[in-house]
Design a protein. Structure first.
Length: 292
């Protein structure tokens, strides 16, 4: 079984009531997430999903994306999360990467007519950062390296709460699974792009998370309230390159955090750490605190 699915099973067995995910102010305990994974896996199997297949599906904000990914791993399939809303039901980059089928949002499994190359086995995750970019294939050993590096770097445990602002980004998915593997909680921070400003600020202020992944649009939303300060965040991970104004906005909003710049194609240990002042200056290459 995939090591991340095993982690969910272990969490459901040892601490079933512990919140695995938070979404729209509701908690989803490990037991509920585990049950949803099993239910989805059975439904997918009946629809025709088989071990060794590379399955594309639409990654949307919310717990469903996590459950679908884990259900496919449970069946021994490889996973290719995509964002298809603006590109049609099956983007060309998914077909060219050799997907064998597409999991339709309504539950149907559509087999691909194109004969792609055999996907990797054992099960893996194919991460794609947008049209024109090559997909990154991650096998079991890649996950082990990422999880080990994240646990060592951020001291992940069952007490960790991660504030995630975009589940569809490759780096965000990896961090999400690192926290779940450690038995922690992932607060999906609702759908922050559509939340009214007051609701977003309230949620950021009340979340128990001390670790945050900054979505590209987050600085713009926070700039609407320049006096908002969230001092509980200890670490802020940025995956995109921000301009000076965006970095200043984030530094003002999270003045007590260490900012980590991470390219998901590199190992966790290679991410750079810097204080809010250095983050504003753009000195992302200097290590400030290797044990943050």
């Amino acid at each position: 079984m995939h090591l991340l699915v095993s982690a969910i099973h272990d969490g459901a067995r040892h601490n079933p009531g512990k919140a695995a995910l938070r979404w729209k102010c509701n908690d989803f305990p490990y037991a509920a997430v585990d049950g949803q994974i099993n239910t989805r896996a059975l439904a997918m199997q009946l629809k025709g999903v088989r071990a060794g297949e590379l399955v594309a599906y639409e990654a949307t904000p919310g717990p469903e994306t996590v459950a679908i990914m884990a259900a496919l791993w449970t069946l021994g399939a490889s996973v290719f999360p995509i964002q298809s809303a603006s590109e049609g039901p099956l983007p060309a980059h998914a077909i060219s990467s050799g997907v064998t089928g597409f999991m339709h949002p309504e539950g149907d499994y559509v087999k691909s007519a194109a004969s792609g190359r055999e996907p990797p086995f054992p099960p893996s995750l194919w991460l794609h950062d947008g049209v024109g970019a090559r997909a990154t294939v991650m096998g079991h050993h890649h996950f082990s390296d990422v999880l080990e590096g994240a646990e060592k770097r951020f001291s992940l445990s069952s007490r960790t709460v991660l504030g995630l602002t975009d589940i569809t980004q490759p780096g965000s998915m990896l961090d999400l699974w690192a926290v779940l593997a450690a038995g922690g909680t992932v607060d999906l921070l609702n759908d922050h792009e559509t939340l009214p400003r007051d609701c977003l600020l309230q949620h950021l202020g009340e979340t128990e998370a001390d670790l945050l992944i900054a979505h590209p649009s987050l600085p713009e939303r926070l700039s609407e309230s320049p006096c908002a300060v969230f001092a509980q965040f200890r670490d802020v991970i940025v995956i995109d390159t921000f301009d000076h104004q965006s970095r200043t906005t984030l530094a003002n909003a999270f003045p007590c955090a260490i900012f980590h710049r991470w390219d998901p194609s590199t190992v966790v240990e290679d991410m750079s750490d810097h204080s809010p002042a250095d983050f504003v200056d753009g000195t992302n290459h200097n290590f400030k605190d290797p044990h943050a």
